[in-house]
Write a protein that binds this ligand. Sequence first.
Ligand SMILES: Cc1cc2nc3c(=O)[nH]c(=O)nc-3n(C[C@H](O)[C@H](O)[C@H](O)COP(=O)(O)OP(=O)(O)OC[C@H]3O[C@@H](n4cnc5c(N)ncnc54)[C@H](O)[C@@H]3O)c2cc1C
Length: 464
Amino acid sequence: MAQYDYDLFVIGGGSGGVRAARVAAALGKRVALAEEFRFGGTCVIRGCVPKKLYVYASQFPEHFEDAAGYGWTVGEAKFDWSKLVANKEREISRLEAIYKRNVEGSGGETFHSRAVLVDSHTIRIEAEGRTVTADQILIGTGGRAAAHPALPGHEHCIYSNEVFDLPELPKAIMIEGGGYIAVEFANIFHGLGVETTLVYRGKEILSRFDMDLRRTLHDTMVSKGIRILCPAVSEEVVKRADGRLDARLNTGEVLTVDQVMLAIGRTPNTENLGLEAAGVEMDKQGAIVVDRFSRTNVQNIWAVGDVTNRVQLTPVAIHEAMCFVETAFKNNPTEPDHDCVATAVFSQPEIGTVGLSEDEAAKRFKHLEIYRTSFRPMRHTLSGRQEKMLMKLVVDGDTRLVLGAHVLGPDAGEMAQLLGITLKAGLTKDDFDRTMAVHPTAAEELVTMYKPTYLVKDGVRIDG
Ligand SMILES: Cc1cc2nc3c(=O)[nH]c(=O)nc-3n(C[C@H](O)[C@H](O)[C@H](O)COP(=O)(O)OP(=O)(O)OC[C@H]3O[C@@H](n4cnc5c(N)ncnc54)[C@H](O)[C@@H]3O)c2cc1C
């Protein structure tokens, strides 16, 4: 008789957990997975997927405006928030069912329950009030929006979880934060016709992205009508007699809005998970500490995804899960590769980026060649929209290796996926130069910037 009930027990049915459970079960392992909320996790239920659907929804007013230059007369457009919410719900429920089915179809067992560790091999399935045992345990409990208990009136604020299902579209919203979630929602609400103010404590939105993109996106958002106040922070949120909120900022300004959304960071879901009982180590932020194979300090307990606070993106959680299965069940120790992760910000215009920013590259490389172009994309010629597209390649002047590729403009996220391959493959600027352009596209600029726009030597910019 087997020593344990399962070969693998996975806690958390999000991007990482579901993938690991599915693949391990398909190998013939006895696998169970517990999800306390909805299968699919943050990405499917209240992250990437619904967010992108809302981005699409918010882009239509600009499409309607742009259509005029192409000869179209578009009649009066009306937007129904509750219809969008309902349709979004239908789509994520469909995906949720697929995620659950994928685990079960591979032979895994699922529990709709919170699960906590009792010791290093025992898990309590709370909804059933019983314990089970497992040889290997994988924690993929993800993270949640960081709360702000120090802010007086924080109980009146919403987070990314609630934002998708608001009973009605606010007339005015204040979003606090400067990361991609804050920036994306500022664009979504503005596009849907909401008076939007973004408040960020830093000097410029989207820290860690290339400064050129950050500034250009900032300016474009402002020109569309989004107010961006930075550096600034809210000091108090007061509920008024009319039900609206007054957000008082440290600048002295008071914003009267219908909703205040806080998007000030993410916290790993590790509280009351029984980690202490099992002896699993956490860092100061509460993230689970893992080695390069995603193994915790307890030999048979592993963790992947946002709960480990490495790179908090869906494809990264999935990749870590695949590496975990290779290591734990296929006798093929495989380290997740976190280098050169391409990513997008679904702002409007969009950002697509991979590799080093110019500032980051300047710290590590003596000679840089910067290829930069800013132009009005063809689709905006007849529409009359003044928005510019920005493309930038950061190249090591000594080896010609492309170190970073950054795009701001329509379809930048799609371009980042392909640029990601080129950087991962270690291609040089000469490889870009000998690649034939696809005409007429915006992306062709990436292979037709033959001369550096400027050089950076020992961190100093040299215009030539
Ligand atoms: C608004 C928003 C937008 C995003 N947009 C993008 C994007 O565009 N692209 C991108 O790549 N990433 C995006 N992300 C990040 C992405 O969603 C996460 O990186 C990804 O979901 C992490 O996967 P995970 O498996 O680590 O955790 P999660 O997907 O968070 O899954 C964890 C699951 O564990 C469950 N759980 C927690 N504790 C327990 C317990 N004790 N017992 C049972 N179940 C438990 C939770 O209910 C949850 O379902 C976004 C995130 C947010 C919040």
